[in-house]
Design a protein. Structure first.
Lengths: 125, 81, 125, 81
């Protein structure tokens, strides 16, 4: 499986996909910054990452999940630094032959990201 | 032997450094090394974890020569996404 | 909740979203035509719809699911006519405050679409 | 009273028409109306359903004046997506 991971401090731009032949399902998840954080109105959030480890853990999670949910390609982009309300802080795209695997990879990935991947909201502004 | 201590998020404020090279002896644990930087450090109470070279390990695990020159990072509860 | 449904015979182009303020999760599903259908190599599939009823059933499914999984907006675009390998035959986008609702709306919608929405693959070429 | 019969996908080949206006009497069922177009029609065996005005109904449900002027569609197993 093809895994593309990026941790970036600019706006998320997803990579173009090559011509698809054997892909039947593409599931995309975008996590976007909401205007409220802990009942306070905010303009944005600031993220910090332990980048080397984050990339390693993301690879591990995708690899673990692909035993149960084999997929063709997974893209993960996480922003760090300041992210404004309405902007995407995380983007995940999963390609698979069928939707069951694609949905479960994408959902399972997000659950584990929020447990194990060393990225933090370090404040709001 | 030498090891690079790394801190992130709330742990960075707690310890007061982002990275710091320290020496360690064979058999010392991560907990001991970080407690040398901040007396009374109780990572389990805070729910903080520790990672050697990008992989989670136990706080009481004894470090040996394989840790020499590596990064040892304290990982407060993550909140990415 | 805002529901945008289109049944079209040209390529899928998703609508631009207005500025997001209170949306935390966007889940998108694209169903794409694979080069194999019943172990035969194909160039594409042809779809037919009972359009009025399809739109009605899609609205009903979204409305049913939103009781359990409240969301902010759902877009559904289904192509009819000829769809080439690699092209998108169905596109679903769900916006919600949190990912749990968005994922479950999107997955649940696809499950029910495949049971109840009067759209058919009527052949391959 | 009049009703518009609609067919789709494999049902269109089976019946040989896409749409056809027919007359019906109060109390007649969808099954009876379609069987008049094709003798021996057994929709349950084929797994086909029927929809009045865009909503699924039962094949044996009796039609009344509310169905007058509406569409009655035979729905073979769907395969969208």
């Amino acid at each position: 499986m093809d895994t593309h991971i990026r941790i970036i401090s600019r706006q998320v731009e997803k990579e173009d996909l090559p011509r698809l032949e054997n892909t039947g399902a593409i599931v995309e998840f975008s996590g976007t910054v909401r205007h409220e954080e802990n009942d306070q109105n905010i303009l944005g959030l600031e993220y910090q990452a332990y980048e080397n480890m984050a990339i390693r853990q993301i690879k591990k999670i995708v690899s673990d999940l692909s035993d149960e949910f084999p997929c063709q390609r997974v893209d993960v982009i996480h922003r760090i630094g300041r992210v404004l309300v309405g902007e995407t802080s995380i983007y995940v795209r999963v390609l698979a032959k069928h939707r069951f695997e694609a949905f479960n990879m994408c959902m399972g990935f997000m659950d584990r990201l929020k447990q194990d991947v060393p990225i933090w909201k370090i404040g709001s502004f | 032997m030498r090891i690079q201590l790394l801190t992130f998020a709330t742990a960075r404020d707690y310890f007061g450094f982002a990275e710091k090279e320290v020496s360690f002896n064979d058999g010392e644990s991560s907990k001991v090394l970080f407690a040398k930087c901040k007396a009374g450090f109780k990572p389990e109470e805070l729910g903080w974890r520790v990672a050697l070279d990008g992989e989670y390990i136990e706080w009481n695990e004894m470090l040996d020569k394989k840790a020499n020159g590596k990064d040892l990072a304290v990982i407060p509860p993550v909140s990415g996404g």
